[in-house]
Ligand binder design. Structure first.
Ligand SMILES: *Cc1c(COP(=O)(O)O)cnc(C)c1O
Length: 379
């Protein structure tokens, strides 16, 4: 019998439905009280002083670069092995994305390559916590300190993950950007968040995310419906709605449980797929991953053929990621070429992500494992 197991599915229950209905009935749909509550709850959960909600992680990354003053002539170092949004936002600021290779075990940014690419124009490093596994922040922060660079963390995969020191990702004081896109560890449909400890930057981010005006509608409403605001700069329109924030509050309550469920699934795969010619995901000791992805590397079987064979059996898979230096835009615009980052290229050729989300039951997992084994044949 063929089962139908999509690659990803958001975990939505009656609680989110009730929360959205409540907002719909309240008459306040755009950014207001629910967003303030969501920001407070998120900052408290992460252990950061501030949290600023946005309409996506892409917006969060863009605003973070902007608020740090990154622009024309500046260079930002980031891994080539990430989603295109990470690099696109650097381009949107007028700066140059400088790619570096990844570590072959964790698929995270290789700190040694970072140091090699630093120039007088380097202003910041964007670290991506791939698949939910925190990158080696001790090394990165040391490099940043030595060269006076800012660090932005792309934690799109890593809500609820923990560094070696036991703190949650987002609690190191850097600007850390989270995604609440539908497939991410927690979702609001579309949405994002920036956590940070710098109150001055937090205020600036709030202004930048909503037109550059001094007071949002909710603040004006609280101040007896005062219509007055000042335009401080030409800001952007990157705020979330209260509909999204209401979903976010419910998802945040479930986040630890959802991460534990995904961890259990990863353990199931680890146990049942260990007799095949594949490389299982490596998780460093001491850290806690959010297990957003379960990427395996096929040692002897063609990756694209594997994807087709899985699809025939009703199982969705995906590839994270095509290295950005191989994409048309980044090749043309910044003269990157094949061969520039051999580790990322090697990993990309063989990598495929299996389904991993809370609703997957033992029956689903048995089926996925059976399909993988049928295709790859145990040793
Ligand atoms: C999903 C993702 C983003 C973008 O998130 P959005 O909320 O969709 O803007 C950025 N970086 C990485 C690594 C991602 O996976």
């Amino acid at each position: 019998m063929v089962m139908n197991i999509p690659f990803a599915r958001p975990y939505i229950t009656q609680e989110e439905i009730r929360a959205v209905t409540e907002v719909l009935k309240s008459g306040w749909l755009s950014m207001g009280e629910k967003t303030v509550m969501f920001e407070r709850a998120f900052a408290e959960y992460i252990g950061s002083k501030y949290a600023v909600a946005t309409n996506s992680c892409t917006s969060a990354l863009f605003l973070s670069l902007k608020v740090l003053g990154i622009g024309r002539g500046d260079e930002v170092i980031l891994p080539t092995f990430t989603f295109t949004a990470t690099a696109n936002t650097v381009v949107h600021c007028g700066a140059k994305p400088v790619f570096v290779d990844i570590d072959e075990k964790t698929y995270n940014i290789d700190p040694d390559s970072v140091e090699e690419r630093i120039t007088d124009n380097t202003k910041a490093i964007i670290v991506v916590h791939y698949a939910g596994q925190p990158a080696d922040m001790r090394k990165i922060m040391k490099i940043a300190k030595t060269y006076g660079l800012k660090v932005i963390e792309d934690a799109a995969h890593a809500a609820g993950a923990k560094y070696e020191n036991g703190k949650k990702v987002g609690a190191l004081g850097n600007l850390t950007c989270f995604s609440f896109y539908a497939t991410k560890p927690m979702t609001t449909g579309e949405g994002g968040m920036i956590t940070l400890d710098d109150g001055y930057l937090a205020d600036k981010l709030r202004i930048l995310r909503l037109h550059g005006i001094s007071k949002d509608a909710w603040k004006r409403y609280l101040e007896n419906n005062s219509w007055y605001y000042e335009v401080i700069e030409a800001g952007y329109k990157c705020n979330p709605t209260d509909l999204a924030s209401a979903i976010g509050l419910e998802q945040l309550r479930k986040l630890d449980w959802m991460n534990t469920r995904r961890k259990k699934i990863a353990e199931y795969y680890n146990e049942h797929l260990n007799d095949l010619d594949i490389i299982l995901p490596y998780v460093r000791p001491k850290i806690e991953s959010a297990y957003h992805l379960y990427p395996i590397r096929l040692v002897k079987y063609n990756r694209d053929k594997f994807i087709n064979e899985m699809a025939k059996r009703g199982v969705g898979t995906s590839v994270h990621f095509m290295p950005l230096h191989l994409t048309r835009f980044y090749r043309k615009m910044f003269k990157y070429k094949k061969g520039d980052f051999p580790v990322a290229e090697r990993v990309f050729r063989s990598i495929v992500s299996l389904p991993i989300y809370p609703q997957l039951t033992e029956r689903h997992l048995e089926y996925v494992v059976r399909c993988v084994k049928e295709i790859l044949k145990p040793r």
